[in-house]
Ligand binder design. Structure first.
Ligand code: FES
Length: 268
């Protein structure tokens, strides 16, 4: 009888990390732990690395977009810190990332049907996790960042610097590997934002009738798109994170003279 009761007990009653699962359930949380530590770790370091060049010619690292350096150089802190709290807040409160770090960092629960570190489930109704509800407000800011990042990507096709490291460089429209990297980065971040659960609610939520007017029909069409993209939100979350990191590292390597960017402006 006691054996039967144990077999049907919910995992959190069996104890921490206890489970009836036979698969390698711990592989995904372990990989997520590693990935988030590396990617968020680098981006945090990068925000403070403002003394290591992050801009060259028409290329500016997305960590420092929009361009505030020059305006705030007199302050002791990196200009990235003035802007990064919006995309950082957007990611930290993201529904997908919540699931990922609740499992991988808080072990609460470590996996589906695996014993929780806590004895009871408290949800997000109390402090501090109630702050996760700010996600929809960060989403409004993230929409502005989509525009700013595309502006930065398009600017990546127009060089205005006449001298780079003392060498004369052509100015005007052109194209380089860095331009393409910036476009890809803007695209991935746009898709991450456009597939957001809060955006889906924003465009199509709270309606009782989709077909009642031109306005609601238009909202339905947008909602259909966001719903489609939303199905791959995890994919966009990871690819956009890798994209920001890769773009930042690429531009820094070019800007600090470690590699050469192939481009049509006679090289830099
Ligand atoms: S739910 Fe992930 S960005 Fe909104």
């Amino acid at each position: 009888m006691a054996q039967v009761q144990q077999a049907i007990s919910p995992p959190h009653r069996l104890g921490f990390l206890e489970t009836l699962r036979k698969d390698r359930w711990w592989v995904e949380p372990a990989l997520v732990f590693l990935g988030l530590s590396v990617f968020f770790g680098w981006l945090t370091i990068s925000a403070f690395l403002d003394k290591w060049e992050f801009e060259i010619g028409p290329y500016l690292s997305p960590v420092y977009e929009p361009k505030l350096h020059g305006t705030f150089d007199a302050f002791w802190f990196s200009p990235a810190l003035l802007i990064l709290w919006i995309p950082a807040g957007f990611r930290i409160t993201c529904y997908y990332y919540r699931r990922a770090y609740y499992r991988s960092y808080f072990l609460s629960p470590p996996g589906c049907a695996v014993g929780d570190v806590g004895k009871s489930y408290k949800g997000e109704a109390g402090f501090p996790l109630i702050l996760q509800n700010a996600h929809r407000f960060f989403m409004y800011g993230a929409l502005v960042f989509v525009v700013l990042l595309w502006y930065g990507a398009i600017r990546g096709f127009y060089n205005t610097d006449e001298l780079i490291d003392g060498q004369a460089v052509e100015t005007g429209f052109g194209i380089g590997l860095g331009s393409m990297v910036l476009v890809l980065n803007a695209f991935l971040l746009m898709m991450y934002t456009f597939s957001c659960h809060s955006l889906r609610h924003f465009v199509g939520g709270g309606l009782d009738c989709f077909s009642c007017s031109k306005w609601t029909r238009a909202r339905k069409r947008v909602w259909d798109y966001v719903s489609l993209w939303n199905q791959s939100h995890r994919f966009w979350a990871w690819t956009s994170l890798v994209g920001v990191l890769a773009t930042d590292i690429y531009i820094r390597l070019v800007a600090n003279g470690h590699i050469t960017d192939p481009n049509t402006w006679s090289g830099f």
